[in-house]
Design a binder for this molecule. Structure first.
Ligand SMILES: Cc1ncc(COP(=O)(O)O)c(C=O)c1O
Length: 493
């Protein structure tokens, strides 16, 4: 099958392959029952990664154009299954909108990320997705709290609210931050619809196109499309076992000023690295000296399962340069979309202004329910339960890795958070491993998703253990270990 791939196009390669095959099917050039080449053969012919072809096939299968059966390969489906699809498609094709450059950037990133991360319900062992396990959600307690706030304050909570956030929640967060040695009164706190929105509002408020924004490399995968949308120049700083390399940070800042720094000093996503106190002090001094705001994304602050907590960078801030973010997504539920930003009054006022013209405010009912849930002590009780469970799972995972993975593979051992970072020898590609793992129903996130730079992170991957129980950990790691050994053998022979 000859498909012309345009590697310069903003349309991802898998999408180009998918569209070409769909065109052939709709034009009748590929008849029902026709067998497609195997993903490996087509990938070799086109000179693309096998994951790319697999993604195109999977999407065509999901759209009803293709079917696959073990031993029979992938073939074109019967015409009656296609009728609905083609007519739907004809309608959709009447109008081709012209999207903004920002939307194009976003689309490219999102599709690339989809090929790397998309998992399905059929996957039995999910080491992907930094998501808390829903089976552990205190649903009944939350329901009781939600009912009571509705009963007592329903009218007020269903009305428009303050863009800065529900005052009792800001007061609760302010008191909670005191525990971490952060002094931030309620007026220096804004409630946001997830820290993802916090990042977006901060970027919108503090950067202009072509400003230099410093991030860690690797970094939080969902940050990268936001940066691309705002068209900033990203300066990646390597992350080691102690977090961002501060020597390189200083060197970059001495070369040229930057507008913003984004960092995850605690349980860095994806490596799990945590910055030590001395480095945090040095980081505060650096940003104060260069007068650059630093976003400290403390998304897993409440999830330390081992060791001694280290004060956030924000607690060491004396000049108002640190913008601190926290969220209820990891320790409680991501679906409620409640997070917060704590910063100087000046910065908070501008963030709130951006929020007001974006979504007015975060869902008031959820803010009130979360407040009540926390004030009644349920959040801390839930965290205590999570800690016990994850202490055991973390140990189980580390033991399994030691037992099953070859000596040439290394991994981080974070004291908390839901993930660790695995580094294989450079000749093993994590995306090849993922293809094999998927056949066993196992999913994880290949390293490439976390890099802005091309060709980085190929032999690394992130393993999340938030949604895997002890048995799945043992089984999943044993299988991954044997697959890595198999790939290693293939690269030697
Ligand atoms: C580092 C980091 N920041 C922010 C977020 C987004 O969190 P939220 O659900 O609060 O938007 C995530 C989610 O995984 C994350 O890993």
């Amino acid at each position: 099958m000859l498909i012309r791939i345009d590697r310069e196009s903003v349309i991802p390669v898998y999408e180009q392959i998918k569209e070409h095959i769909r065109g052939l099917i709709e034009a009748g050039q590929l008849k029902p029952g026709a067998r497609l080449p195997s993903s490996r053969n087509l990938a070799d012919t086109l000179g693309v990664n096998r994951t790319t072809v697999c993604t195109a096939y999977e999407e065509l299968e999901a759209d009803g154009y293709l079917a696959s059966h073990v031993g029979q390969g992938t073939y074109v489906t019967a015409p009656d299954q296609l009728v609905g699809k083609t007519s739907e498609r004809r309608v959709a094709q009447n109008f081709t909108p012209k999207f903004s450059r920002r939307s194009d950037f976003l689309s490219t990133f999102a599709q690339r990320s989809e090929t790397l991360t998309g998992s399905s319900r059929a996957d039995r062992i999910l080491f992907s997705g930094l998501t808390p396990e829903e089976d552990l959600f205190p649903v009944e307690t939350f329901r009781t709290v939600l009912n009571s706030v509705m009963r007592e304050r329903g009218r007020e909570l269903l009305q428009y609210g303050n863009p800065q956030g529900y005052l009792p929640l800001r007061e609760y967060i302010s008191s909670r931050l005191v525990r971490y040695s952060i002094s931030a009164p309620a007026e220096q706190i804004a409630i946001v619809t997830g820290s993802q929105q916090g990042i977006d509002l901060i970027m919108r408020t503090l950067t202009d196109p072509h400003d230099r924004v410093i991030i860690e490399s690797p970094s939080y995968g969902e940050l990268l499309p936001v940066l691309a949308q705002y068209e900033v120049d990203v300066i990646p700083i390597p992350v080691g076992s102690r977090g961002m390399d501060l020597d390189i940070l200083e060197q970059k800042l001495n070369e040229q000023p930057a507008r913003l720094i984004y960092s995850m000093p605690n349980f860095h996503n994806p490596t799990g690295a945590t910055m030590e106190l001395a480095d945090r002090k040095r980081l505060v001094d650096i940003v104060a000296q260069h007068k650059i705001p630093l976003v400290e994304d403390d998304y897993e602050k409440d999830l330390r399962f081992e060791g001694t907590p280290i004060v956030p960078v924000k607690a060491l801030d004396t000049t108002g340069t640190i913008i601190y973010m926290g969220t209820f997504s990891k320790g409680l539920f991501p679906g409620v979309r409640v997070a917060w930003v704590a910063a100087s009054r000046e910065i908070i006022d501008r963030i709130v202004l951006a929020k007001r013209y974006s979504d007015f405010h975060t869902n008031l009912l959820m803010q009130a329910a979360i407040t009540e849930f926390c004030v009644q002590g349920h959040y801390d009780a839930h965290l205590r339960r999570l800690h016990k469970i994850y202490q055991l799972r973390r140990r189980r995972l580390l033991d399994a890795l030691k037992r099953e993975f070859p000596d040439s593979v290394s991994w981080t051992k974070p004291d908390g958070g839901y993930a660790l970072w695995v580094t294989m020898p450079p000749q093993v590609d994590a995306e090849d491993l993922l293809l094999l793992a998927k056949e066993h129903g196992i999913f994880f996130t290949p390293g490439r998703k976390f890099y802005m730079e091309k060709d980085c992170g190929k032999s690394s991957f992130r393993l999340c253990y938030s949604r895997t129980d002890a048995e799945q950990i043992d089984e999943g790691i044993a299988i991954l270990g044997s697959l890595i050994k198999k790939l290693l053998k293939q690269t030697i022979s």
